[in-house]
Design a protein around this ligand. Structure first.
Ligand SMILES: Nc1ncnc2c1ncn2[C@@H]1O[C@H](COP(=O)(O)OP(=O)(O)OP(=O)(O)O)[C@@H](O)[C@H]1O
Length: 249
């Protein structure tokens, strides 16, 4: 079981996308309206190109909407740069700087210039320990397995202590055993830190295992939102059953 390392854990934050519209140059129009309760775990599913990554990038501040608002904990963050939004993000790969050690990569979660106080150093060591990377703090990412690299990325999230965590297919490049391990770690992180989590996945089993809520996208819009159990087991709308094909549960 993971425990917050110092002081109180970050409180989770509710998230809202209000009448967000967005388009890439010469790209399709995307529009999102979504409310996520504080502390919820949400899986974001949908066919390739439906807008899952764009949705996360808009919340993180890597893309700017044409109109609409993004609220974190009720506060309008639409015009804020990514690091001021209270949001951490983990991608499928390339979360770490290749020329920095695990310890330095995790330390970046506390200070972009790696000027770390003794308290920061303690938090970094604790996060490395808690993600099972003890003894690997001095390694470069190239000397880690894929699963270890994702755990190092999670260690950085731990020291950032943001109330919202978003993961864009974090399990896609992992084999089944490592995938289970990461899912367990994300679950533990949620239990101990209480953060609000959004995770893009193509696997309904991941969604069932981790997420209370499911958001389903199609062609740049959210076409279904509900509890994962209900949507995957009972009343799946036809767009979702078509997407799941033979993988229905
Ligand atoms: N940088 C870009 N420039 C132009 N169009 C883009 C860009 N990135 C994505 N798109 C388009 O925007 C739409 C949404 O893409 P997005 O990557 O959000 O989908 P996704 O659901 O995450 O897909 P996947 O499951 O394949 O990762 C798609 O039509 C895609 O082709």
């Amino acid at each position: 079981m993971l425990h917050p390392d110092n002081g109180s854990p970050p409180k989770s934050a509710g998230l809202a996308l209000e009448k967000i519209s967005f388009a890439y140059p010469n790209g399709p129009q995307l529009a999102f309206d979504l409310k996520v309760e504080a502390g919820d775990i949400v899986s974001v599913m949908g066919p390739s190109g439906s807008g899952k990554s764009t949705l996360l990038n808009l919340v993180a501040g890597f893309e700017q909407p044409l109109s609409g608002k993004i609220l974190v904990d009720g506060k309008d963050v639409t015009g804020l740069p990514p690091h001021q939004r209270g949001v951490s993000m983990i991608f499928q790969e390339n979360n770490l700087f290749p020329h920095l050690t695990v310890e330095q990569n995790v330390g970046l979660g506390r200070s972009p210039s790696l000027k770390l106080s003794p308290k920061d150093r303690k938090a970094v060591a604790s996060a490395i320990e808690r993600t099972g990377l003890r003894g690997k703090a001095d390694r470069l990412p190239s000397a880690l397995s894929g699963g270890e690299r994702q755990r190092a990325a999670l260690a950085r999230v731990l020291v950032q202590q943001n109330p919202i965590l978003m993961l864009d297919e974090p399990l896609a490049s992992l084999g089944p055993a490592l995938k289970d391990e990461m899912l367990d770690l994300i679950k533990e992180l949620h239990q101990s830190q209480g953060m609000t989590i959004l995770m893009v996945t193509h696997d309904p089993q991941d969604a069932l295992r981790l997420a209370r809520t499911l958001v389903f996208l199609e062609k740049g819009h959210i076409v279904a939102t509900g509890t994962t159990q209900e949507l995957l087991r009972e009343g799946a709308p036809s767009a979702l059953t078509d997407y799941l094909g033979g993988r229905g549960v």
